[in-house]
Design a protein around this ligand. Structure first.
Ligand SMILES: CC(C)(COP(=O)(O)OP(=O)(O)OC[C@H]1O[C@@H](n2cnc3c(N)ncnc32)[C@H](O)[C@@H]1OP(=O)(O)O)[C@@H](O)C(=O)NCCC(=O)NCCS
Length: 266
């Protein structure tokens, strides 16, 4: 059982990060994880296991190759996220291990350097502080472990890390077809605010949450239900101020709920 204290304890001992900057574990860790599951931050010693998990998922366990495109990653990833952690490092990777100590899931948190160009530019986030961004950059769960709340756990854990690192603006970029990914992120308070080209002919929803602001709310009067296969064609609506708030799994398919935020929240 993954107790609610484990990730923080393991983070503390796991790689040289000053433990004071690590948070208490998120309250939303699933209570009923299978016996033996453990969590900690990955280090350079986990590089081979991480490469193997990523290869397995990318080559054999994606519903569509568009769900995860290696060309959208920084060439330095994931090595740049495996410590040792000192000022200027680029990020962290949370990992979950089974009872045999095999890595079965990970989630990356990228910490851009002050002034680095970022997806925050398309959202016009005010650069009040130069180093206040964090990306929920990449997450994978091995297929035989899916549907047990591990992705939700990895999102909550990284959200709590970002908060303790004083990275108030949490961002993510997700292919519109990958509703498993954006459906979970919007449920954690990151509505998609833009549909944006990210290079290489790829388009991504840009999701955002300001951890220091109250959760924004949709204006029900502007609510639209968009079938999943039409989401990538909603650029004009996003440009006109609509956000994506929720995924609905219906008998006749998957839908996204678009709506404008209440006026006081734009
Ligand atoms: C997208 C992906 C990470 C989701 O992982 P997952 O571990 O299956 O996701 P979860 O188990 O957290 O959520 C799946 C469902 O199980 C449910 N669930 C089952 N047991 C649960 C528990 N104990 N606690 C919480 N949720 C639970 C969740 O509520 C969720 O339902 P929802 O989709 O209606 O919210 C996984 O499919 C994956 O690795 N895909 C390939 C790579 C990829 O696309 N990554 C994302 C882009 S970077």
């Amino acid at each position: 059982m993954l107790s609610t204290t484990e990730p923080a304890q393991l983070c503390r001992s796991g790689g040289g990060l000053s433990w004071q900057i690590l948070p208490d574990p998120p309250p939303s860790l699933p209570a009923n994880l299978p016996t033996g599951l453990r969590g900690r931050l990955l280090t350079a010693a986990d590089a081979t296991a991480l490469a193997s998990l990523r290869r397995t998922v990318i080559e054999r366990q994606l519903d569509s190759p568009d769900y995860y495109r290696l060309e959208a990653e920084s060439p330095a990833f994931p090595a740049s996220h495996l410590g040792p952690w000192v000022m200027g490092d680029q990020g962290l990777i949370t990992g979950l291990f089974d009872a045999e100590q095999e890595l079965i899931a990970y989630g990356a948190l990228t910490l851009p350097a002050p002034g680095e160009p970022s997806r925050a530019d398309v959202l016009a986030i005010p650069p009040a502080e130069p180093d206040n961004l964090a990306y929920l950059a990449s997450a994978m769960v091995r297929a035989d472990w899916r549907g047990r709340g591990l992705h939700h756990c990895l999102i909550a854990w990284r959200q709590s890390l970002a908060q303790s690192l004083r990275r108030r603006h949490l961002l993510a970029a997700v292919w519109p077809g990958n509703h498993q990914s954006w459906g979970h992120l919007v449920a954690h308070g990151l509505p998609a605010k833009k549909l944006s080209p990210i290079g290489n002919g790829l388009t991504r929803l840009i999701l955002h949450r300001d951890l220091e602001a109250p959760l924004p709310q949709p204006d029900p009067a502007s609510r639209l239900l968009i079938p999943l296969d039409q989401l990538a064609a909603q650029e004009a609506r996003f440009a006109a101020g609509y956000w994506l708030w929720r995924r609905i799994m219906a008998t006749d398919g998957v839908f996204g709920v678009l709506a404008r935020p209440r006026p006081e929240e734009t």
